[in-house]
Write a protein that binds this ligand. Sequence first.
Ligand SMILES: Cc1cc2nc3c(=O)[nH]c(=O)nc-3n(C[C@H](O)[C@H](O)[C@H](O)COP(=O)(O)OP(=O)(O)OC[C@H]3O[C@@H](n4cnc5c(N)ncnc54)[C@H](O)[C@@H]3O)c2cc1C
Length: 430
Amino acid sequence: MQEHNYWLTTAEMPTSGPARPLPNAVDVAVIGAGFSGLSAARTLAKRGAKVGVLEAETIGWGASSRNGGMVLTGMKLGVNQLISRYGRELTQRMYAGSLATIDCVEQIVQEEGIVCDFARTGHLEVACKQKHFDDYARQAEVIAREFNHQLRVVQRQELTAEIGSKIYYGGMVDEVSAGLNPARYVAGLGRAAIKAGAEIFEHTRVESLTRESRDGEAGWKIATSRGALWAEQVFVGTSGYTGRATPALQKKIIPIGSFIITTEVLPGKLAQELSPRNRMIYDSKNYLFYYRLTPDCRMLFGGRAAFFPENDQTVRRSAEILRRGMIDVYPQLSDAKVEYVWGGTLDFAFDIMPHAGQLDGMYYALGYAGHGVAMATYQGQKMAELMAGDKPENPFVGIPFPGAPLGLYNGKPWFLPFAGAWYKFLDLVS
Ligand SMILES: Cc1cc2nc3c(=O)[nH]c(=O)nc-3n(C[C@H](O)[C@H](O)[C@H](O)COP(=O)(O)OP(=O)(O)OC[C@H]3O[C@@H](n4cnc5c(N)ncnc54)[C@H](O)[C@@H]3O)c2cc1C
């Protein structure tokens, strides 16, 4: 088994070439070359802005090349919780926004001709307990009534048409969700941003940002590992890797590890039995598993096996936990060889919502909580439109963005082991 990201074996990333000097000044500096940053850079460059994307590692190095490639409708929080927190009108706009995120990805893939296996295969949520299943019908009813969006509840006895596993109490299907190959997609977004005129500077870590005027114009002096530059505007798209350069954002985001294994290529008949409709699948636990077939028919199986972000230890430990989880779901895979394991870092806000807007004068979008493939692409585009002077519809701008209770957090998530234990406890009792 290789400790390596399978998706990267299928994609060719664009590179910014031999380290070229940074420009003295740009109109917009984008920090981070993932879905958020590259989507923003593409939109701004198309509008004629001089855009410099500053990436500490390489294009797509962060979560954007490491994820499950599930392009999902909805948000992490359930609809009833959203309505009681934000009211009906704002929740309706948020839900419509979540559907628009999928269209946004599809449109970019088509416009830019990105070959990334984008397909509207739909997603399937499966219930680990009877009471979770009982709640599906209630959720589907609220979503149909309030958001005019149809979900299909699948009874336990009909579940074999959706999944070759016997452990679940039923499921719920949303046909609008899609799947893609995330490494090919982020590579394509990078090429599209470059084609639009954005310049990407890899191995360029932003170290600090200082408000500074230049020729009477307000802007930012940006110190990087490869020298300084000046930018009129800054967009931060660093998600789970948000660090000391933007301390105000770092304090609002909890970095949480998520891990994935993939098996060897499976015989076609077995793959068809495991997932007859090729859905993007996840279960109803807090400490959930998510899984799907890859386009070449491997089982890709992921979960928050360790709460801490990826390192040699958490990746190795997760491989075993995930293999056991996969065999619990699919005993048919007990002899399948696991060929790859890797991890990445998710970004959770304290209220488990996506957030976008301006903080201390800089623009940002983050907090995708495992729904970032579609939402990060969409927020990058919407925030770029806002920065260019438009007034795009974006219901996630301006909602309260809480920090840690009592301010007990400086960006180092000391409480993760407790949070992990708490969620495991909740899975036992709820
Ligand atoms: C294992 C895993 C599975 C997932 N599965 C799914 C899924 O199936 N569906 C889904 O919707 N979402 C999923 N997600 C979440 C999704 O991948 C992310 O929400 C999304 O990729 C975030 O994109 P981004 O561009 O905002 O951030 P990232 O892709 O993480 O990019 C941030 C970039 O910022 C750079 N950076 C950080 N600090 C600096 C600095 N100071 N200077 C310069 N550069 C900096 C980093 O190097 C990094 O490349 C998953 C995530 C993980 C880890």
